[in-house]
Design a protein around this ligand. Sequence first.
Ligand code: NDP
Ligand code: GDR
Length: 361
Amino acid sequence: MILKVSQESASDSMGRDRVGSLPMKKTALITGIAGQDGCYLSKLLLQSGYQVYGTTHSTDRSRLWRLEEEGHLNDIDILHLDLRDRDKIADSIKELCPTELYNLGAQSLVGKSSTHPFYTSEVNAMGALALLEAVRKYSPETRYYQASSSEIYGNTQESPQSEKTCFQPRNPYGVSKQYAHWMTKTYRTHFGLHTSCGILFNHESPYRGEDFVTGKITQGLARVSLGMLEKIEVGNVQARRDWGFSGDYVRAMHMMLQQPQGDEYVVSTGRLHTVQDLINAAAQALEMSLEWQGEELETVALYKGREVVSVNSQFFRKNETSQLVGDSSKAREVLGWEPQVSFEQLITMMVQADLRRLQSA
Ligand code: NDP
Ligand code: GDR
């Protein structure tokens, strides 16, 4: 275990040094630091003067490529931790006693949760419980953030969704996140810990992988534009989501833990776009003018008369969630949070990063 707590991080709940009276460096532990949000959050915390520890459950160092590309990998202490390993979680919390703990680690693919329900639940639900219990036992001053998801609203008919909307998850991922959400709230109301849940709607960035529809489309169309790929195949182009920028959303996570009390907050843009809008935005950023033809499974998009996008039923989701669009009034009013990057800016940013990587590969 790469665990070393420097003298600097030995602060009390007031953020003061145990021996002197100078304010000391805050420490943060981020699970799932190798993922998209972990990359942006760790950068934000380092810029704010935190000492940052991050966990990965993989021994493959190439998994840390996002931190490497963003240029701050060497400023982070990396720990190897699987969220299914309760003993190691307890030892890590006991040893680090972080000022703030952000639980971002998860099996985060909605589709995969249908084929791997046990794994998804062990990591997302039991992993969160193991962290909360370790905080309660060994570091009750730690402020805890739980990465909740709009997927907990699943099949709701209420729109937009707010903190008051009832949860109706439709897949094992949504259920695992609902469990972690309620446990996080329970550790605040029942045990008195400072815990918060960010109910985050879809958020993307140049660090989004191709398993998600935004990454698949921007990377795929960038390859098409460079003549490296003939066409991309997607699922339901009429599916709609509330897409924001990860860099904006990690600011909200940090803001939550700076509040005097923990709470639950929806974080979203409040704007819906279809997958077709997404394809059009990516094509526009690549200066490709698309012509759409056909309907449903016959839908195709042509560029200069050539088919570059088609629909494949293989990528349709069995139990598609309702149109998830968030009402983030509470986060805006209480935290003073506002998203700064628009949908079009986000997609352009992703396409430009994809082109840069492909051209320099
Ligand atoms: P990612 O999938 O990019 O990152 C999650 C990280 O969790 C992975 O990089 C992985 O890193 C780690 N992980 C996976 N399995 C385990 C395990 N068994 N033990 C420990 N760590 C594990 O997700 P995002 O950064 O996009 O999202 C962050 C969190 O926010 C996740 O919990 C996600 O479910 C949630 N969320 C995301 C939204 C989004 O739109 N991005 C919206 C709402 C919620 P490694 O393999 O290195 O361990
Ligand atoms: P989601 O993201 O499931 O909402 O989960 P994803 O990008 O996978 O899907 C978004 C929408 O696009 C539709 N879709 C496709 N999706 C994929 N992956 N591939 C395709 O080819 C395709 N075609 C259409 C999907 O059906 C869906 O409607 C993300 C994850 O980050 C979760 O961890 C997080 O909790 C939620 O967002 C909020």
